[in-house]
Design a protein around this ligand. Structure first.
Ligand code: UDX
Length: 444
């Protein structure tokens, strides 16, 4: 079996997966239609931030083990195993995922193949897509050339993508033949050698595993946020509640932190696409609860805006508000569907003078919301502020000294939208502190 593999798509998923395959020892060629991106990657420049990835890219591009091309023919000639890593964004006119890019990959690559080839999907797709792509591949394959589609969903978290790829919690192989299973076992041999569990299943189940996992994670977060609201209505403390229920091993502590809710390129899009697909399949009722999960999540953003308005005594017009954090979570510069930026933009629309600081994503955020002001440090963002909002829990913000910041702000008021700061430190320093689900801490 060839030690060469192909990757299609040099976005976040494709670039990370390709660099990790090179790290596993494969000779990797990545095909990407965006020539500027290919040029940047060839020069070892990463178009996004992911801890540790720049070093992998540099090492493997220098050794020639990781290469990038715009030529689909070069890709077809390079290997007989290709990973499909293109995007499946939410459609503009609805909740469903747009699978145009995965289809285009098959349409452009398959007619150029000249030997038996395995196309392995990693993109998150609506259930049934892999079977459709199998049919399309059969129809487009040159005479005598066998093309088999398999699915190998990714579970990587931004900010932890390398470890999630090289040492995952589990691998899932959706296959239609033992040959395809052999190919996947070969690709991941050194990962599997570390006793990583592997689930081998059919194409359909593998597609469902991915969306099922993300829907469950989203549900956990919205559950914690629903409990936070209950605590606000009753005077309870949500962090104590989640700590206590999380000790039950059937529940667990992770993904139970209440606050501003989930964002990013996956969770919001995936639960909406799953609901849309269930509707197409005539079983929308079984996923009605996901509507609630989505609406509780979106409600968190409005609630933080409402809290900010209350803290500004009913009107934010002309008030200076410092927003700490713009990325959808720490350790990434990704601002797609970022709850932090959405809150900042809403306050700006209400007439507040918003100053945003993020350790990594100011540039991406400014591209999306050019009307906001971006500061180059915490100190500059909070200077003269009437209110500080902590909206993405970067470690830099937990280390802030509330005493030092007192001298810079106009009014020492902070809303900890992520429940990630130590309330005692801030209150002891003389700040008025507020956080979702912890009403007993409200005030100074
Ligand atoms: C997610 C899945 O975790 C990953 O397995 C899948 O492959 C892709 O989608 P990612 O989008 O990188 O990964 O982010 P994740 O770490 O899951 O966080 C998603 C969002 O949930 C973030 O906005 C985060 O702030 C929020 N979150 C997470 C909470 O609000 N509370 C929590 O307890 C955990």
């Amino acid at each position: 079996m060839s030690e060469s593999v192909g990757v299609i798509g040099a976005g976040y998923l494709g670039t990370t997966h390709a660099a990790c395959l090179a790290e596993l020892g494969f000779d990797v060629l990545v095909a990407e239609t965006d020539a500027a991106r290919v040029a940047a990657l060839r020069a070892g420049r990463l178009p996004f931030f992911e801890p540790g990835l720049a070093a992998l890219l540099e090492r493997h591009t220098a050794s020639g083990q990781l290469r990038f091309t715009t030529s689909v023919q070069e890709l077809a000639d390079h290997a007989d195993v290709h990973f499909i890593c293109v995007g499946t964004p939410q459609r503009r006119n609805g909740l469903a995922a747009d699978t145009t890019q995965v289809r285009t990959v098959v349409e452009s690559l398959v007619p150029r193949l000249s030997r038996t080839t395995f196309l392995i999907g990693k993109s998150t797709v609506p259930v049934g897509t892999a079977a459709e792509l199998s049919e399309l591949s059969r129809a487009l394959a040159p005479p005598g050339v066998l093309v088999e589609v398999a699915w190998n969903p990714e579970f990587m978290r931004e900010g932890h993508a390398i470890v999630d790829t090289l040492a995952p919690d589990r691998l899932v192989f959706g296959v239609a033949s033992t040959e395809a299973e052999k190919v996947l076992r070969h690709v991941y041999a050194s990962v599997l050698a570390r006793d990583v569990p592997v689930v081998v299943t059919d194409l359909t189940t593998s597609e469902l595993v991915k969306v099922g996992a993300n829907a469950f994670l989203a549900t956990k977060i919205s559950f914690a946020n629903a409990m936070a609201e209950l605590c606000e209505a009753t005077g309870g403390d949500v962090l104590t509640l989640t700590e206590a229920i999380g000790h039950d091993v059937r529940i667990g502590h992770r993904f139970l932190t209440p606050g501003l809710g989930f964002g990013g390129g996956c969770l919001p899009k995936d639960i909406r696409a799953l609901m849309a697909r269930a509707g197409e399949l005539g079983v929308s009722e079984v996923l009605t609860f996901l509507r609630q999960v989505d609406s509780i999540n979106m409600r968190q953003r409005r609630k933080i805006v409402e809290m900010a308005v209350e803290e500004c005594r009913g009107d934010v017009l002309g008030r200076r508000i410092a927003v700490l954090g713009a990325s959808f979570k720490p350790e990434t510069d990704d601002v797609r569907d970022s709850p932090a930026l959405s809150v900042a933009a809403q306050l700006h629309l209400h007439g507040a003078l918003v100053s945003v600081y993020d350790p990594r994503s100011n540039t991406n955020a400014a591209r999306l919301y050019p009307a906001l002001h971006y500061a180059d440090s915490v100190a500059s963002a909070v200077t003269g502020a009437h209110l500080v909002l902590h909206l993405t829990e970067w470690a830099e913000f937990s280390r802030l000294d509330p005493v030092e910041l007192l001298a810079l702000v106009d009014e020492p008021r902070i809303i900890d939208g992520r429940n990630a700061l130590d309330p005692r430190r801030w209150r002891d320093a003389g700040w008025s502190y507020r956080a979702p689900g912890r009403p007993h801490l409200n005030g100074a």
